[in-house]
Design a protein around this ligand. Structure first.
Ligand code: XIL
Length: 318
């Protein structure tokens, strides 16, 4: 049988997984399934500013390198995630005055150092993550406090100065045509109008609270493509609240993975990345900030690395 990555390659689609370094280090099954079935990886946390910056003057690239080196050794591409975000930031930021000029200098140096260090290894970056708030205005992060809305254009320009990677804006909740994706669309159209170097938009697609309508996702992807942008699904997972789980969660999940794969193929989206290799490593198993409990089985492989109906559905569609 041919693997997911072989089938996807024939259709011009990248299939990625967002992973952490631990299971890669300790589990041979994780390494095997990752390298056999996927042709791209996204480090889930190691390239975020908090993990990467133990102190203002130091970097800790160890976890990121574990993932990047594995990827390159197995002929996979790497999606860098992420240069500018408002979460998983260093704790020592708390003492910083946001209006201080050093915030801008810090961000510029950070982008130069990180995107520059991986210029030969990372070919796609989520430069800015989740800049649009749930009320569709720009989120008031420390970057916004320090630089106003220009922080976004600055981040893309700084990244463009040190890498040839494709530069993406990445967000959740704007997968279908809705108010959030309208806001993202307006933001990106304005950046392009001003010649800001932005190549694509990442749609996270955490299908946890709902499963956005596939037809509407296709329409949304196409309008971004009409702006000249590449589009990727970047963090897909499909799960259900424990308290109102359907009788057949694995079948419903498989149906939705199938529909999204069809949308990707029809629209010519550039890639589809899932938020982990197997259920046991899903962030839903340990992330405590969600108000309600999920089943925690959102991915294509189960706890024991056996392919699930969702995997079969994607493979059949390809
Ligand atoms: C998650 C990671 O998977 C977890 O390991 C971490 O504890 C929290 O962040 N949107 C994003 C991702 O862009 O970076 C987040 O990843 C999930 C939500």
């Amino acid at each position: 049988d041919r693997s997911l990555r072989e089938l996807a390659a024939e259709r011009g689609l990248t299939v990625g997984a967002m992973i952490g370094p631990d299971s890669l280090r300790t589990e041979s099954d994780h390494r095997r399934v990752l390298a056999t079935e996927f042709d791209a990886v996204t480090p889930g946390s190691p390239l975020k500013m908090g993990p990467l910056r133990p102190s203002p003057d130091t970097y800790d690239f160890g976890d990121a390198d574990t993932i990047v080196d594995f990827a390159l050794a197995n002929d996979m591409s790497v999606r860098g995630h992420t240069l500018v975000w408002h979460q998983q930031q260093p704790e020592w930021f708390e003492t910083w005055n946001h209006s201080d000029e050093r915030v801008r200098e810090f961000l510029r140096d950070h982008i130069y150092t990180v995107a520059g260090r991986y210029r030969k290894k990372i070919d796609t970056w989520d430069v800015v993550n989740e800049a649009v708030a749930d009320d569709d205005s720009l989120r008031e992060t420390m970057w916004y406090d320090a630089m106003g809305e220009d922080y976004i254009a600055n981040a893309f320009r700084w990244a463009d100065e040190v890498t040839h990677a494709d530069l993406y804006y990445n967000d959740y909740g704007g997968e279908a045509v809705n108010e959030k994706s309208d806001a993202i669309y307006d933001l990106l159209a304005d950046l392009l109008e001003r010649d800001v170097p932005i190549d694509g938009v990442g749609l996270q697609l955490h299908a946890l609270f709902d499963r956005p309508d596939p037809e509407s996702i296709a329409e949304n992807i196409e309008r971004f493509q009409d702006l000249g942008l590449d589009v990727e699904i970047t963090e897909m997972d499909v799960d259900f609240y424990e308290h109102d789980a359907p009788d057949d969660p694995l079948e419903l999940q498989a149906d939705y993975y199938r529909e999204i794969t069809e949308v990707c193929l029809e629209t010519g989206c550039d890639g589809m990345t899932v938020a982990g290799v197997n259920d046991a490593t899903s962030w839903l198993r340990y992330y405590e900030n969600f108000p309600e409990l999920f089943i925690g089985d959102p991915l294509l492989f189960d706890d024991w690395y056996e392919p699930k109906p969702a995997y079969e559905a994607v493979v059949e569609t390809l």
